[in-house]
Design a protein around this ligand. Structure first.
Ligand SMILES: NC(=O)c1ccc[n+]([C@@H]2O[C@H](COP(=O)([O-])OP(=O)(O)OC[C@H]3O[C@@H](n4cnc5c(N)ncnc54)[C@H](OP(=O)(O)O)[C@@H]3O)[C@@H](O)[C@H]2O)c1
Length: 244
C-alpha cells in the first residue's frame, strides 16, 4: 500500500523494494514494474535512493537498519517494538552520518492528535486511573501495539507513573498507581485505541479508530516527503512532521 501511494506522487519515484530472503517474495513485483529484492541486495537498492522506509519487524530492523545512515540515505521507520537501546544506537548513526530520520509507531494524523490529547488529559486529570485498550486484527505479530505503548509512555512522562500492568488475572488486589494496558486480537480490525481516565464519579474515554490502512500509508508518504530534503543529523517524530 505504501509502494502504491508513493507511485501516485508526482514528486516521488519508487526505486525498489526489499523483502526478506525467505518469505517467497524475492523477484516478485511489489508494484507494477518494480521487483522485490532480498535483504542481501539492500545496499544495491539503496544506492539509487534518497529515502529508505522500513515497515518490517523489530528483529529485522535491528539487523538491517544500522547500515542505512552510512549510505547517506534518510530513513522513515514505522516498525514497532524497537528497543530503547537500538533507537539510541540508530540515533548515533544518524548524527555521525549527517542524515535525518523520522521514527513513529503510527503514521496516521488521527493517532498523532490522539497522543497529543493523551498528554493534555494526563496533565489535568493526574489523579485519575488510566487504562489503555487496543484492538487489532488476528494476524498482528506483536502486543501491546506500539501505539498503545507510546500513549502509555506519554502519560507516564506527564504523571510520573512508572508501573505498567499488561492485562490482569487472578487475585490482583486493589488497583495501585499504575497504567493498565490491554490487547484484543480479533478478526480484521485495522486498529483501535481507547484511553480511559477514570475518577470516582466520572470518566473520559478517548478513542481512535483507523478505518483503513491507507491512513498509515498516506502518513508514511507525508513523512517521506518531509524528511527527503533534510540533512540535520536528527531523529524526528511524526508530531514534528505534522506540525503538532
Ligand atoms: N507506523 C505505522 O503507522 C504502522 C502501521 C501499521 C503497521 N506498522 C508496523 O509495521 C511493521 C510491519 O507490519 P505489517 O503488518 O506490514 O507486517 P507484514 O505484513 O508481516 O510485512 C512485513 C514485511 O517485512 C518484510 N520482512 C520481514 N523480515 C524481513 C527481513 N529480515 N529483512 C527484510 N524484510 C523483512 C516482509 O518480507 P516478506 O514478504 O519476504 O516476508 C514483509 O514484506 C510492524 O512492526 C507493524 O507494527 C506500523
Amino acid at each position: 500500500m505504501i509502494c502504491n501511494s508513493v507511485r501516485q506522487q508526482k514528486d516521488m519515484q519508487l526505486v525498489g523494494g526489499i523483502v526478506s530472503q525467505t518469505g517467497g517474495h524475492v523477484g516478485k513485483e511489489i508494484a507494477p514494474g518494480i521487483l522485490a529484492f532480498g535483504v542481501d541486495d539492500m545496499v544495491k537498492v539503496l544506492e539509487q535512493a534518497d529515502v529508505y522506509l522500513d515497515a518490517t519487524s523489530a528483529s529485522a530492523v535491528e539487523h538491517n537498519l544500522l547500515q542505512v545512515p552510512g549510505l547517506g540515505v534518510n530513513c522513515v521507520i514505522g516498525t514497532t517494538g524497537l528497543s530503547e537501546d537500538f533507537l539510541e544506537r540508530f540515533e548515533g548513526q544518524v548524527v555521525e552520518n549527517d542524515v535525518s530520520a523520522v521514527v513513529s509507531p503510527n503514521f496516521s494524523v488521527g493517532v498523532n492528535v490522539f497522543w497529543k490529547i493523551c498528554g493534555v488529559l494526563a496533565a489535568v486529570l493526574e489523579d485519575y486511573d488510566v487504562e489503555i485498550i487496543e484492538t487489532h486484527h488476528d494476524k498482528k505479530k506483536d502486543a501491546p501495539s506500539g501505539t498503545a505503548l507510546k500513549a502509555a509512555q506519554i502519560v507516564s512522562e506527564v504523571t510520573g507513573i512508572e508501573k505498567m500492568v499488561y492485562g490482569r488475572t487472578g487475585l490482583t488486589g486493589e488497583r495501585g498507581r499504575e497504567i493498565g494496558i490491554h490487547s484484543i486480537r480479533a478478526g480484521d480490525v485495522v486498529g483501535e485505541h481507547t484511553i480511559i481516565f477514570a475518577g470516582n464519579k466520572e470518566r473520559i474515554e478517548l478513542t481512535h479508530r483507523a478505518h483503513s490502512r491507507e491512513a498509515f500509508a498516506e502518513g508514511a508518504v507525508t513523512a517521506i516527503r518531509w524528511v527527503s530534503a533534510r540533512r540535520d543529523s536528527k531523529v524526528h517524530s511524526m508530531a514534528e512532521v505534522l506540525g503538532l
